[in-house]
Design a protein around this ligand. Structure first.
Ligand code: GDP
Length: 413
């Protein structure tokens, strides 16, 4: 199966995001034939300077007619693999989608206008990417043609970017800061003659160098129990493997209860026995001996013996509040992570900030309002097993419910 890498493109408005996406699609021949033709014609008429943003607007219209999801996706491919560009209409929407798990990006392209340089939004974008644990970043310095293709200008911006990203604990390798002209195509799919001083990769080469998210099969074993039922006197644990792989005969530990057990049979497809199951599969599990079953119930997670998840009755996490009704200190909510659900109480609201401007509203607050983000401390009614979001997304992310409404999403770092 061909790899598919999902990345998000972020940048200040007008720094050339649409143009860059249009150029990428054109150079990889991923536009529909009539659009390819249109760009070719425009290019001839305008002395090699087609207006890609215009092409993208057309595509946008077609896309919105076809799909009704919040985050638009665009596709292209190289010889190496397929790509999905996640187009974030605004970072508020993007943050919400990422935090609730409806969008997953493995990498980001951060776009900066060579003429205008770094803007306040560059800070915000870096903050969001850091928050979401996106570690792979390519920085694109666009519109180099408007900066006379000057090496000094690029070097100046490169140094500023490196320093600023450092403030957010984001490292970016020097060869992943690339000077391009999206409009003219320099260093996008092919080396630009205008920037012979630049010895780094083109944008496409840099994209091909990124790593696809480790397939979850390679990750730590996490099998949250959905249900336990009995067939012909035999107890079977049912659930979906969210990370890693499991083998018959393997020793496992359930968390948070801490009970060890040995896997006997793995059942798939209506009770057929298999030796192995991998992430994504829904399975039934039988255990050797019945003793472990006394402690087991929905919400317990079968894990490798090592490394263990975090087991605690206190959760600290970055939470994005989505409900029109604010949350206040000491409010009680339902905490839902993987198959676990229990009541929790809000004990602290720190670093409360506006998700649009990313301005800090209060360092320590009594409440959190719609579309705001804060670091919350939650006291749970019992123990849960969780992971860091970067390690296992499914057990590193949770939602908060009030009655039957999902009012917030959270990410554990
Ligand atoms: P977005 O708001 O980030 O999507 O920006 P657009 O792609 O709409 O680009 C904003 C303006 O910058 C448009 O007029 C583009 O034609 C122009 N632009 C984008 N990339 C380049 C470039 O590499 N060189 C030049 N000269 N203009 C560019």
């Amino acid at each position: 199966m061909r790899e598919n890498l999902h990345f998000v493109a972020v940048g200040h408005v007008d720094h050339g995001k649409s143009t860059m996406i249009g150029r990428l699609l054109y150079d990889t021949e991923s536009l529909p034939p009539d659009k390819m033709e249109e760009v070719r014609r425009m290019s001839e008429e305008s002395n090699g300077q087609p207006e890609f943003a215009f092409v993208m607007d057309h595509l946008e219209e077609e896309r919105t007619n076809r799909i009704t999801i919040d985050t638009a996706q665009t596709f292209f491919k190289t010889e190496k693999r397929d790509y999905t560009i996640i187009d974030a209409p605004g970072h508020k929407q993007f943050l919400k989608n990422m935090i609730t798990g409806s969008t997953q990006a493995e990498a980001a392209l951060l776009l900066i206008d060579a003429e205008e340089g770094l803007r306040e939004q560059t800070h915000r974008h870096a903050y969001i990417l850091g928050l979401l644990g996106i570690k792979q970043l390519i920085v694109i310095v666009n519109k180099m043609d408007l900066a006379g293709y000057k090496e000094e200008r690029f070097n100046e911006l490169r140094d500023q970017i490196t320093a600023r990203l450092g403030e957010f604990n984001m490292t970016v390798k020097p060869e992943m800061i690339i000077p391009i002209s999206a409009q003219l195509g320099d260093n996008v799919a092919k080396k630009g003659e205008n920037m012979s001083w630049f010895s780094g990769m083109t944008m496409l080469e840099a994209l091909d160098k990124l790593e696809c998210a480790k397939t979850t099969e390679d990750g730590m074993l996490r099998f949250p129990i959905q249900d336990i039922y009995e067939v012909d006197g035999q107890k079977i644990i049912a659930g979906r493997l969210v990370s890693g792989a499991i083998k018959s005969g393997q020793d496992i530990i359930f968390h948070p209860c801490g009970k060890s057990a040995t896997v006997d049979k793995i059942k798939k497809n209506f009770n057929e026995d298999f030796d192995v199951a991998v992430a994504g599969e829904s399975i039934g599990l039988t255990l050797k001996g019945e003793s472990a079953f006394k402690a087991l119930k929905r919400g317990e997670i079968a894990c490798d013996v090592e490394p263990s998840p975090m087991v605690s009755s206190t959760i600290e996490a970055v939470v994005f509040w989505m409900s029109g009704m604010p949350v206040r200190l000491n409010d009680k909510l339902d905490f839902k992570c993987a198959t676990n659900q229990m009541q929790c109480q809000v004990k602290r609201i720190d670093n409360r900030l506006n998700s649009s401007s990313l301005e800090v509203i209060e360092e320590s607050s009594n409440e959190l309002r719609e579309t705001e983000v804060a670091r919350l401390t939650l006291k749970l009614d019992g123990y849960v097993a969780t992971d860091k979001f970067e390690q296992v997304a499914e057990t590193g992310r949770f939602v908060l419910m009030r009655d039957t409404d999902t009012v917030a999403g959270g990410v554990i770092h």
